[in-house]
Design a protein around this ligand. Structure first.
Ligand code: PMM
Length: 289
């Protein structure tokens, strides 16, 4: 899509969507009773919708490299009440999980997108579940699952290898019966990738956008952005600075024709993608004059 000269386009592509991140995990919310945490999570989801999020990605298990897994019961208990309530209010929800049981229950509770960071590699039944339902399925690139995710990874050709490996997951989903028009691709920034790999991917988003499938870009607040704003001590980078860097990546993603950006702070990214959309509309108008 990005190889197309915008001035030669006759119709404006859809505005890049904003996926708000709602991690219902203890490190994301102050502690307190179960109800309090759920209420706080729902309120945060509503706040993100008001900031301009088009959909909310609900997760009950941290997938940050090195994170320990939580039990299925805990994951279900964290996400289901939140999904039910947000879906009741009409929100479009994706469920960020690697478990088939959690994805199934989340779809029943009102989610419509499965966001599996393992792309069906943690539990192969995930592809079958997507095939049986009319859920959309995010296939994210990742070479390792949780515990070995911190291990150094080598690429001779980062962009080419990530794109090839994503195509293998697309083929696996197709073989399991998932309709191609249900699939969304995500290069998995930060997952078995260091900062250099992430920047290489961001420099060639066109390669991923040109696969003929919607592209999701999820850079928000990740370590490589923290290193950009605070090279000496990335952990000390403020959330405001990380969010400013995130909004810049949202510009890149929107320019490359991404379907969505996954962000913690929707406001700035929504404005960023609206600006790119306005530029594209202007280019189409100019081409029609
Ligand atoms: N990153 C995280 C969690 N879920 N889902 C997709 N599709 N892509 C990602 O890059 C991704 C994800 C980890 O980030 P967080 O801890 O800030 O949510």
């Amino acid at each position: 899509m990005s190889d197309v000269d915008p001035a030669a386009q006759t119709s404006v592509p859809q505005r890049t969507q904003i996926m708000g991140v709602l991690n219902v995990t203890p490190d994301s919310f102050s502690d307190g009773g179960r109800w309090f945490k759920h209420a706080e999570a729902v309120a945060h989801g509503i706040d993100m919708l008001e900031q301009g999020a088009d959909l909310i990605d609900v997760g009950g298990e941290s997938t940050r490299p090195g994170s320990a897994r939580v039990s299925e019961e805990v994951e279900l208990e964290r996400v289901l009440p939140v999904i039910r309530e947000l879906a009741r209010d009409g929100a479009r929800i994706s469920i960020d999980t690697m478990r088939v049981s959690v994805a199934r229950a989340a779809l029943e509770a009102g989610a419509s997108i499965i966001n599996d960071v393992s792309a069906g590699q943690a539990e192969s039944g995930m592809l079958g579940l997507a095939a049986q339902t009319d859920a959309d399925l995010v296939l994210m690139h990742w070479r390792g699952l949780l515990s070995d995710a911190a291990a150094p990874v080598h690429y001779d050709d980062t962009v080419g290898e990530v794109a090839d490996e994503l195509r293998e997951r697309v083929d696996a989903a197709g073989a399991a019966g998932v309709a191609r028009d249900r699939l969304i691709l995500d290069p998995g920034l930060g997952f078995s990738k260091n900062a250099e790999h992430n920047w290489e991917i961001l420099s060639r988003l066109d390669v991923f956008a040109d696969q003929g499938l919607p592209l999701l870009v999820a850079a928000s607040r990740k370590r490589f952005l923290a290193s950009l704003v605070s090279p000496e001590d990335p952990a000390a980078a403020s959330l405001e600075d990380r969010d400013a860097a995130t909004a810049s990546v949202s510009v890149l993603a929107a320019q490359a024709g991404a379907w969505a950006v996954r962000v913690h702070e929707p406001r700035a990214s929504r404005i960023a993608v609206e600006a790119i959309h306005a530029v594209r509309q202007a280019a189409v108008r100019a081409a029609g004059d």
